[in-house]
Design a binder for this molecule. Structure first.
Ligand SMILES: Cc1cc2nc3c(=O)[nH]c(=O)nc-3n(C[C@H](O)[C@H](O)[C@H](O)COP(=O)(O)O)c2cc1C
Ligand code: SF4
Length: 523
């Protein structure tokens, strides 16, 4: 053996939850006792969550993965020759050749799990800063144009074109403008924002700096959900280092542009992820939805023009600037361009993160990547797009994952999270859960949502109780959903009917009604 052997043990929250710290210690202890010099890198997660903690060993042929590794496996792995990447029951082979990873198209997540998240040198060596450097050689209008041309749409859920939002902020005169990153990530089954912030925080910093230069903003805030202490720690450490070397501050990369960042811990409510509520919370107030107009792009944080974007939207900008709009646009289908980090959760054998171009199908995600249900029972329903997303039955699993095709099917892709359920799921119960979620999380500002969701739970309870008035209750439920859909101030009340109606329309048998009755519209 010539030099120290490099080990990678993720410090990502998912790996930590599976004892990654103890594994790292066991590796260090064992190496010492065997007098083997090692270098231990704490990387982000590759997103193959069922393999966490997934340890990688750097060998002359490449990085070899072992997982899931527990502390007690470590001596045996040394015995088996993992320093040379030798076989063992936990050996997954070359990391890059694992089919789950190999079949992905990692643009935004290209460095996640690969580098030491806090190493400035590794970030730069793996293509970091190329986008910002190019942006600094362009005018604000040219940057905005490049982002618009790329077709990037908001990855937080609403899929609004990012470049158009930036243009509004750029062209609104003001003495101060802000960039706000929405890292509240409250949707069920989602973890892409967290994985990225913990695994490659500099890409978010770079994306926000480009946004600042483009829109004429000098200060940015990252609003991170309170349940993400590791992401908050990683971001604060990365911001401190970036400031020290002049990536942030009064003279970004010597360009004369000023841009700085601060992290804020979220208030712990789902509604604080809604952009206007988030701005209220950032201002130190209760997370209450603001009526629009005015748009945040015109009067946002502290009344100033504000770009507010999701983590993944902002983190996708550096590669767009580095490689050009045409490169990014080449991925995807129709008006859904680029890639999306899909998050596979629920009853699946292989839960994790899959970054792919738009246009693949749910079936491919569920089976080719997810490996089918973890229980071995047939899958029955998949909720896509968080707690306000529709439940899709098998007949809809071949619809291409693109924003328009999903909207046509009364579904949404949202933040790209999917939660799979097997045949044991009770869809009436899931419909009730959606209504209850809305009732609990409602900010209370408008009546259709505040009162409607509570009445919705009551009606669903009556349907569950059975009895003669069942048909009447189904009509009432549809009526109520109509009111919420068209009368709510924001998408919490406005979209909560989607999971409820999709459950009713596609799984009427769980509501104790016939398919004909399920198809009868509200009077
Ligand atoms: C109830 C509710 C919760 C939301 N939660 C989030 C969230 O956690 N993260 C997020 O990025 N967007 C969330 N959004 C969407 C934001 O309001 C907004 O569209 C997004 O931050 C804009 O960024 P984007 O254009 O980059 O997607 C939520 C919307 C609603 C109605
Ligand atoms: S729909 Fe619900 S969460 Fe949204 S503003 Fe109305 S009460 Fe608040």
């Amino acid at each position: 053996m010539t030099g120290p052997v490099t080990f990678y043990v993720p410090r990502d929250a998912a790996a930590l939850a599976m004892d990654a710290d103890a594994v790292a210690k066991a590796i260090q202890r064992e190496a010492e006792s065997r007098a083997v010099p090692i270098t231990l890198v704490r990387n982000g997660s590759r997103g193959l969550l069922w393999l966490e903690p997934m340890v990688e060993v750097l060998t002359p042929t490449g990085r070899i993965a072992y997982g899931p590794v527990q502390p007690e496996d470590v001596p045996l792995l040394f015995d088996a020759g993992w320093l040379q990447g030798r076989a063992h029951a936990l050996c997954q082979g070359l990391t890059e050749e694992i089919p789950y990873l190999k079949r992905q198209e990692r643009l935004t997540f290209a460095r996640v799990g690969v580098i030491d998240p806090l190493s400035l040198e590794e970030y730069a060596a793996h293509g970091g800063l190329e986008g910002l450097r190019r942006a600094l050689s362009m005018t604000s209008a040219q940057i905005v144009d490049e982002v618009t041309q790329s077709g990037l749409r908001g990855r937080g859920g609403a899929a609004f074109p990012t470049g158009i939002k930036w243009k509004t902020v750029l062209t609104t005169p003001a003495d101060q403008k802000y960039i706000v990153c929405n890292a509240d990530e409250g949707d069920s089954g989602t973890f892409a924002d967290r994985l990225l912030m913990e695994g490659d925080p500099y890409v978010l910093i770079e994306g926000m700096t480009i946004a600042g230069v483009a829109a004429g903003a000098t200060l940015g805030y990252i609003y991170v959900r309170s349940e993400y202490p590791h992401a908050i720690e990683a971001l604060n450490a990365a911001i401190g280092r970036a400031r020290e070397v002049g990536w942030l501050g009064d003279n970004v990369l010597g360009s004369g542009h000023r841009f700085d960042l601060e992290v804020r811990k979220g208030a712990g409510a789902y509604i604080c992820g809604e952009e206007t509520s988030l701005l209220e919370s950032l201002e130190g107030k209760r997370g209450l939805v603001r009526a629009k107009p005015p748009l945040p792009a015109i009067q946002g944080l502290f009344g100033k023009p504000t770009v507010i974007n999701n983590v993944i939207s902002l983190a996708s900008v550096p590669i767009i600037l580095a490689r050009g709009a045409a490169f990014y646009q080449d991925y995807g289908v129709g008006r859904s361009q680029g890639t999306l980090p899909f998050q596979l959760a629920g009853n699946l054998k292989y839960g994790g993160l899959v970054e792919k171009a738009f246009g693949l199908t749910l079936r491919e995600l569920l089976y080719d990547f997810g490996g089918g249900s973890a229980t071995g029972n047939p899958l029955r329903a998949v909720q896509v797009g968080g707690p306000l997303g529709a439940y899709l039955p098998e007949s809809q699993w071949d619809i291409p994952l693109d924003y328009e095709a999903y909207a046509k099917a009364s579904a949404m892709i949202g933040h790209g999270g999917l939660v799979a359920f097997d045949e044991s799921v009770d869809m009436l119960h899931m419909a009730r859960y959606a209504m209850e979620f809305c009732a609990v999380e409602s900010c209370g500002k408008c009546t259709p949502c505040r009162i409607g969701s509570t009445r919705g739970v009551e009606v669903l309870d009556k349907i569950a109780a059975g009895g003669e008035a069942g048909e009447q209750h189904i009509h009432l439920l549809r009526d109520l959903c109509d009111t919420m859909l068209s009368g709510s101030l924001c998408a919490l009340g406005g979209m909560a009917p989607f999971p409820v109606l999709s459950a009713l329309n596609h799984f009427p048998e769980d509501f104790g009604i016939s398919a004909e009755l399920a198809a009868t519209p509200a009077a």
